[in-house]
Structure formats: C-alpha cells, structure tokens
Design a protein around this ligand. Structure first.
Ligand code: HEM
Length: 284
C-alpha cells in the first residue's frame, strides 16, 4: 500500500505515517468538541471539571473537609480544657474564701475584718440598686394610706419611712411592732419626730423650720436606717405636698437634741443626763 512518488522513493500515505494518530483539528473545527464548566480548585486555581480533574478536585475537597474537622476538634478540646482549668482554680481558692471570714471572725469578731461600717454598707446599697443584680428587689411605691397598713398592729410586715424612703423593720417587731416602744413610728413617715423626739405631736414628714442640729439629727437617722443590716430598703412613700397654709408643727415639751451630739442616739445615756424618759408605747 505504498505510493511511489518518485522513482525509487516510497512515501507512506498520510494516515499511515503515525499509525493510530488522530487527525488534529483547529479549535472550534473539530467534530463535536465537549465543553466543561470551569471551577476553582482548593488553591483557588480556575480549572475545568473535565473527568480527568474530577478525582483530584474530589480528593482536594475531602482533604479540606478533614482539615476543617480536625481544626474544630482541636478548638473544642482547647475550650474544654480552659473551662476545666477555670473550674479547678475556683475550687482551689474556695477553701481560702471560706477561711477568710472565719479568720476575720476570730480576729475582729466581724466577718469582714471590721470594714463593715465604712465599706460594706455603700457596697451593699450599690448592689441592691444596680441593674446588674439579678436578685434586685423592685422598689414599691406607697401612699401614706397604703403605708399605714404596715404599722405592726396586724400580722403584716412592719414598715417605717424616713424622709420618703421606706424600710422593712419587721426584724425588730419587739421595738416597732404592736406594743413596742417605737411602734408609733411604724406605718408612717415620722421624720420630724426622729429629730425632735416629739413622739406624740411630730409624727409627720414635715421637716420645715428645723434647726441645723435637728437637720443633722435627721441625717443621722437616715443613715442609720440606710446602713442597717436588718432593715432592707423596700420603696418610697409619696408624702402629700406641704403648702404655706399648713402650719409648722409647734415644738413640744422635749428639748432639742444637743448640738454637739450631732443627733447620735445613745439610748438612755443622753436622756438620763436630761432626766428624760424613753418614749412610752403609743397604742392606737
Ligand atoms: C430624739 C429622741 C429619740 C429618738 C428619735 C429615738 C429613736 C429610737 C429608735 C428609732 C430606736 C430603735 C432603733 C433600732 O431600730 O434599733 C430607739 C431605741 C431605743 N431608744 Fe430611743 N429615741 C429617742 C430618745 C430616747 C430616750 C430619751 C430614751 C430613754 C432613755 C431612749 C431609749 C431607747 C432604748 C432603750 C432603745 C432600745 C430599745 C430596745 O432595744 O428595746 N431613746 N430609739
């Protein structure tokens, strides 16, 4: 099957030059060329998803998934070990935290190394009122009438108010409850009586016309209740406004507190000097 083009020279016909070789065609002119979608491989290269690439692309995908899984497992393990170490550090300082108040109680007969009068009450007040406190007690609003229900005569809690702020004094029913020596102060805002000691005629929130010493005395009682561990603040009373036509209460028989005493209450002591007697229980 050879062609003789020149004498003595034999040339193979074109399809026999490279047996099995396909006829090459120019791009676009070939018979039914297949086109493939383009895609990105794991490294961001743009490749076609022709069958020859598919296996590589699939293996790259599997490797990436595997690496992501490994990474998330490592992160989870790290987070867990961090949590465990925090827990174990809390447990390790717990005995110390329990020991501190015991030591304080042994040394100073208080649980806070005697810091209470200066440090704890403001802290406690802040904690009681801050929105950060999840156990914050919502403050109640009273009218003089609704406050009067808590005067200790019934089985209800005992409340008293001073300068508009209401405290729960139920923990001291013996003094403020029925028959108690200061029962007349319960269920009302008797700010004036706190400063003047007129427990019969000054059971009012009217603090007009008080002397400097009496104002200092009022401040003393306000901070006494605000800082008292057993008298939680529970709300406010809306006292009726006073007008010029309301007369300022007359001074009563009890003399004004000594200016140098700054309104401090030392039961019995100052009174004994002046020959006064403790207020009698008021029944009503
Ligand atoms: C301005 C005059 C006075 C005011 C405003 C006043 C007010 C008070 C108040 C509010 C309490 C209760 C404190 C608490 O919650 O723990 C109290 C207790 C006490 N007061 Fe007065 N007081 C005055 C004068 C007197 C006088 C003249 C005496 C008599 C000597 C006296 C003797 C006592 C006693 C013994 C207690 C303790 C009651 C107890 O634990 O049973 N107070 N005072």
């Amino acid at each position: 099957m050879s062609n003789q083009t020149h004498k003595d020279v034999y040339v193979n016909p074109p399809d026999e030059n490279y047996p099995g070789a396909r006829q090459r065609s120019k791009p676009g002119q070939g018979p039914a060329e297949e086109t493939y979608d383009r895609t990105k491989d794991a490294y961001g290269n743009i490749v076609t998803d022709k069958p020859a690439n598919r296996a590589i692309l699939a293996s790259q995908k599997r490797r990436l998934e595997h690496e992501a899984k490994l990474k998330s497992h490592t992160e989870q393990r790290k987070a867990k070990s961090k949590l465990n170490s925090t827990r174990s550090s809390i447990w390790s300082i717990l005995p110390f935290l329990i020991f501190l108040p015991l030591l304080s109680s042994f040394l100073t007969q208080t649980y806070s190394f005697g810091l209470s009068p200066y440090f704890l009450p403001p802290l406690r007040r802040f904690w009681a009122e801050t929105p950060l406190n999840p156990f914050k007690v919502e403050m109640k609003m009273f009218t003089p009438q609704s406050l009067a229900l808590y005067d200790g005569k019934e089985d209800r809690p005992v409340y008293l108010a001073i300068d508009g702020t209401v405290y729960d004094v139920s923990s001291n029913r013996r003094i403020y409850g029925k028959g108690g020596s200061y029962n007349m102060m319960a269920g009302r805002d008797a700010s004036r009586a706190f400063t003047t000691g007129c427990f019969e005629t000054h059971l009012t929130h009217d603090t007009r016309g008080l002397s400097e010493a009496e104002i200092a005395s009022l401040e003393h009682w306000k901070s006494f209740f605000a800082n008292h561990e057993k008298y939680p603040k529970i709300g406010y009373v809306k006292n009726p406004p006073l007008t010029d036509s309301d007369p300022i209460p007359e001074p009563c028989r009890v003399a004004e507190p000594e200016p140098d005493s700054k309104g401090q209450h030392a039961p019995g002591e100052a009174a004994a000097k002046k020959g006064k007697s403790k207020p009698e229980p008021v029944h009503g």
